[in-house]
Design a protein around this ligand. Structure first.
Ligand code: SF4
Length: 300
């Protein structure tokens, strides 16, 4: 069964794993942590240890091998968000299992898969020649079994790889993404918690650390977000009862940065998708956005 979704930049979700642990401030209000508890615990019998700390990850991160081939059963082409309830590159998920997920994506080439991570270093380190060979072998075995033909192309043309960036502390994730082989690279700036384009200096760290990037002892903040080589930028404010405030100007600055990737009169290299403003229950329709931010493009 396809898992329908309210996420406006995709058509379906596919969770070959569930569970995760928090790695940065953008994880604080993680919706998957709450859903994990309310939907899965007791319903499907998966273990749930709150909060989603590193120490609890070995209990919370659960492989779902019975879901590995689900996309092969969907006849119509879909845009599929992979692991909306987890992070595919979590340390608890073995490279062999991740290769099985990639093998399914290789065989189910009628679909477009969107893989979003906050662990780009592990993703970049993993997606080398050895991993590719394992993926090809698994996919070939699957095609033999199902009497399907296989097309060998790497990076997989129907797999988009993305990173989440919530404030300037994490703009380096985009640099790692640029070094990762991918047909399409994207950034999800959601929840957007700070200005990613401001290059002013952080105040010298003392006690609590910089209000914007969160680091201590710094006299210079991280660089502004570099959109070179990035095909798609998603913007969204934080939602839910514990949401942190959004300054709409942060979105406008990022919109302008994405528009500045235009070469000549061509369409900008970096497509833009504005999902929602922040708030307890932000409207997700296009009309809920300020007129100048009603932009919902997809990569070329
Ligand atoms: S990485 Fe994603 S799924 Fe994991 S805790 Fe953070 S927000 Fe939640």
């Amino acid at each position: 069964m396809a898992q329908t979704t309210g996420i406006s930049w995709t058509n379906a979700t596919w969770n070959p794993t569930v569970g995760c642990s928090k790695v940065s401030t953008g994880c604080r209000e993680c919706y998957a942590e709450d859903l994990h508890e309310t939907r899965l615990n007791g319903v499907h019998g998966y273990p749930v240890f709150k909060p989603w700390t590193t120490a609890n990850a070995e209990h919370n991160v659960t492989l779902m091998p019975h879901k590995l081939r689900v996309p092969l059963t969907w006849r119509k082409p879909r845009m599929v968000f992979v692991n909306s309830m987890s992070d595919l590159f979590h340390e608890q998920i073995s490279g062999v299992y991740i290769a099985k997920v990639f093998a399914t994506m290789m065989v189910a080439r009628r679909h477009t898969f969107q893989v979003l991570t906050k662990r780009p270093e592990r993703m970049a380190a993993m997606l080398g020649d050895e991993f590719r060979e394992i993926v090809f072998r698994r996919a070939w075995e699957m095609c033999e079994e199902l009497d399907l033909t296989l097309t060998y192309v790497w990076p997989l043309p129907n797999v988009w790889l993305g990173v989440s960036i919530e404030n300037r502390q994490w703009v380096g994730r985009a640099d790692v993404l640029r070094q990762t082989p991918a047909a399409v690279r994207f950034i999800s700036a959601e929840p957007l918690l700070g200005d990613l384009t401001d290059q002013t200096l952080c105040p010298p760290g003392s006690g609590a650390g910089c209000w914007d990037c969160g680091q201590r002892g710094m006299v210079r903040g991280p660089d502004a977000l570099d959109l070179t080589g990035i095909d798609w930028l998603i913007l969204g404010g934080e939602s839910g009862s514990g949401h942190r405030p959004l300054d709409v100007q942060w979105m406008r600055d990022l919109r302008d940065a994405a528009r500045a990737t235009t070469i000549g009169d061509e369409r900008p290299d970096c497509a833009l998708f504005v999902k929602q403003l922040g708030g307890a229950r932000p409207g997700t329709a296009l009309e809920d956005l300020p007129e100048d931010l009603r932009i919902r493009e997809f990569p070329r």
